[in-house]
Design a protein around this ligand. Sequence first.
Ligand SMILES: *Cc1c(COP(=O)(O)O)cnc(C)c1O
Length: 654
Amino acid sequence: MEYPDAWLSKGNPWEFPRIERTVRVCFGGRTLMFNDELGNLRVKWVDTEDVLAVPYHTPVVGYKTDIVNTLQLWSARSSADFDLNYFNEGDYEHAVYSKVFSENISKILYPRDNSSQGKELRLRQEYFFTAASIADIIRRFKEENSDFTTFADKVAIQLNDTHPALAIVELMRILIDEENLDWDTVWDITVRTFGYTNHTVMSEALECWSVPMFERLLPRHMQLVYEINMRFLKDVAKRYPEDVDRLRRMSIIDEGYPNKVRMANLAIIGTHSINGVSELHSRLLKEQLFKDFYEFFPERFNNKTNGITQRRWLQKSNTNLSELITGAIGNKWVTDLYELEKLTALKDDSDFCKSWQEVKKANKKQLIEYIYKNTNICINPDSMFDVQVKRFHEYKRQFLFGLYIASQYLRVKNNPNARFIPRTFIVAGKAAPGYFMAKLVIKFINSIADVVNSDKAIGDKLKVIFLENYRVSLAERIFSASDLSEQISTAGTEASGTGCMKFMMNGALTIGTYDGANIEIAEAVGKDNIIIFGLRLEEIEKILASGYNPQDYIKRSMVLKEIIGLIQNNFFSPDQPNLFAPLLDSLFCGDRYFVCADFDDYCAKQEEASRLYADKNEWTKKSIINVAKSGRFSSDRTIKEYAKDIWNVPCVHP
Ligand SMILES: *Cc1c(COP(=O)(O)O)cnc(C)c1O
């Protein structure tokens, strides 16, 4: 179930409206060609429907510096409060229609993760926020400058995914139509100003807008896109004569029914830097997703591995560990996370290790209380907290985790007297409202939880907890109390992941695939301090080339066969027969995310995790090493790299 988060219903004391800096954003209308006094051909965008963008400022205070940045958010306001003509005729609904319609632009956040719906309101939003920000940037530039050829030296704009990629075209439009500069000058300024960060290789996330819709909403931008595309394709044709397929692939326009505007192609062509968010992801961009573009613009491609801020994810959210660390090595780690390396020496100090264990225990007690308050379930504090928290998506394979949890239930049922390392499985995350399979996996995990948690014979050995409304404030409670971090995406699908870094920084060990930032975590801690399982990307590619048959793997796995049988017999959904059939069908019909192929190795490596956990002292050493080696995953490092390599701005040392 979804409920709205009415975050403004009681006002927001941290924000300041700046009504005097309201800007006008235009939609629709048509373009008009004319000759100016000098006889130059010019274009005007006329008969538009306008919406006002009102900025709200939130000060963002630097940590122990005298610097305060400004977060600027935009709210849509109608440019005409209501239509007096309709009002006077008594048609009150019609009179306010345009007001309601235009103010809807900034009302909702599209809930899908890693996917694009291609909806008109979304395109309107993307242009609205983009155009408002570009207008504001140009206003600021003009306050102190008159020569636009210096624009790219004063302004750097980083496109956070393709969502604001229209900014490329909007800057072109203003500099050409309103500032009257020539194409080549403007194109040079634009490319030098923009950088583009790609965040996913999922094909469903690549934004493609239908040309008829784009043209109706932004007729002038459509012309500019065609012109950008034509000039670019001419250059490509020069380098690759007669390679029509290559031109088709690299074109901003995807020719189909209808034609589409490919925003990723625009973002690559219109920027001087294109980066992925982990080493593997950046390599995949070059070798697969954007291969043609890498061949054409090799110098534009680079990597910026994601990071997280230790001020929130360690200092604020894990005060117990934070104080232990500062007591041992001082507090320089708060602004230089590489300082944590000094903890390595303490892994053999038995007093320090004991304190480390006590901190984890205290944090687990706090989470146990939260869980009891919210679910009425009692948790065994000595059990291993085995945690998967992230948005629900098939590629992240919460279903694989669910299957493993089911296998452990079966195991305890089948061997009630065998030695078993107790576990508490904790899952949290949201699914997009219309994402049927993701919602069904949530239901599946909750159904397993109902069976396991109410089975008296299981006792203290197993509990399954699904925590509702996963969000940053809940996440802050979870990472500090975790023992095992589940990072089990199919190799090649998770661009980076940042949850993995939060767990690591809080002393959890990772069980994960060779994917995204997991690879860099493995390199940092060494293979004895992480549990890696499953097919590597090259192995998946090999299997795909010869044809993947999930049945081959199901046949070979006793455990997987047994769980599938249980689901088919509605063991977890006695009142709703066949409820989970779509999940099984996804395995039988292609198993796009290689759940069957990875299942047995996952279970085997989970056994290794249990064995390790049983040796408290060894586990503690590995936990300390994980925190000690987390320095590279500070967002301070990431942001410094963006500043130096892409924006060409010096760091400020107050
Ligand atoms: C860190 C974080 C994420 C990202 O998690 P991944 O495991 O990298 O997908 C998502 N949601 C919240 C609330 C987070 O704190």
